[in-house]
Design a protein around this ligand. Structure first.
Ligand SMILES: [Zn+2]
Length: 117
């Protein structure tokens, strides 16, 4: 029986058509091989592992519920939490979108797979 957070992550992945909440790059759930159809070799696909991101952090009382969890790629998730000051989801998403528009954030072969919003 998978843990709740794993089920929530997979549900969010499905709701978002397998794309990252922040950068819109395609993600993989079980193996990087899932992105072979996008032309990404295993090593290149690694940062696109699907992770669960809480809208309201657990330490701030956020729950493991479907309406509090989105799916984000590992790179976006890691960078968000590496910041000195944690931005809100909307702020961070805007930052990621700005970087993408400048042609940064991801390696070129991943940038090409993001859909600008
Ligand atoms: Zn991302």
């Amino acid at each position: 029986m998978p843990h709740t957070i794993q089920r929530l992550r997979e549900a969010a992945f499905g709701n978002q058509n397998g794309r990252c909440y922040y950068c819109s790059a395609p993600m993989w759930l079980h193996t990087p091989q899932e992105l072979r159809t996008h032309g990404l070799v295993r090593q290149r696909a690694r940062p696109l592992r699907c992770t669960a991101e809480h809208l309201v952090a657990r330490m701030e009382g956020g729950q493991d519920t479907a309406d509090n969890v989105v799916a984000a790629c590992e790179l976006c998730n890691r960078r968000r939490h590496a910041r000195k000051r944690l931005l809100t989801l909307a702020q961070y998403r805007a930052l990621v979108q700005r970087r993408l528009a400048m042609g940064r954030w991801h390696a070129p072969e991943i940038l090409a797979l993001t859909t600008r919003r």
